[in-house]
Design a protein around this ligand. Sequence first.
Ligand code: NAP
Length: 242
Amino acid sequence: MKTALVTGGSRGIGRSICIKLAAMGYYVLVNYKSNLQEAEATLSLIKENGGDGELLQFDVAQRDDIKQVLGGWITGHADDIIEVLINNAGIKDDSLMAWMKDEQWDNVIKTSLEGFFFVTRLVLDGMMMNRYGRIINVVSLSGLKGLPGQANYSAAKAGVIGATKSLAQEVGRSGITVNAVAPGFIKTDMTEDLDEKELKRMIPVNRFGSADEVAYAVGFLASKDAAYITGQVLSVNGGLYS
Ligand code: NAP
């Protein structure tokens, strides 16, 4: 069984990625943190489109949780190698750095940066034995250029970009590619408090992007044909950053 794992697959960009990978023929493990109803909705959409998958609840910010749930799944499915891993789960908790609380720093770093590390390390073993794998990390424009009020988020995403480039060099010989996708402003719950009318003036294509547009880029990097692309960051931002 060709399997893909999408962290944060219950909503937004992650949901679109789950649907895309299912359409590409993958059995999709839909990870979520706490929103069971939305995760079930993602799974229903996968099935309505003729695909299949299952829910896998764990908190990517809790390494023991990852070990227990994801590690348990891997041990119990020795023949079902996870071929595609999408590290998508993420949160933001913005504040100017002078006023940023310890928890704001810790939570964002734990979710995006540490989550990437602990999930990926677990999944790598199977990919290396299988000598095939696609790892795609959802980062952000904020991790490339930095944004005021997002020192925690920019640091986490920039950290993942660095790790993407390192890991790509470590596992290229094993048939595994490691890339990042850096969205700009995408319409999801994460951006619902932003004023699109005001912000779109800065964006060359003059609108926020959709989750499906990010999923399209992820699907491309996850395809077999993208075998010679690794260690790259693909921006999906309507031309906002160049
Ligand atoms: P979203 O709509 O807020 O959805 C976040 C997803 O991540 C949910 O599925 C959530 O699960 C999951 N999640 C959060 N914390 C988690 C944890 N500790 N463990 C497991 N799952 C967790 O966000 P989004 O806009 O789709 O963002 C997806 C990714 O794209 C994030 O990494 C974000 O930083 C990045 N991004 C987004 C934008 C944008 O404009 N939207 C721009 C650049 C980058 P629950 O449903 O259970 O809470």
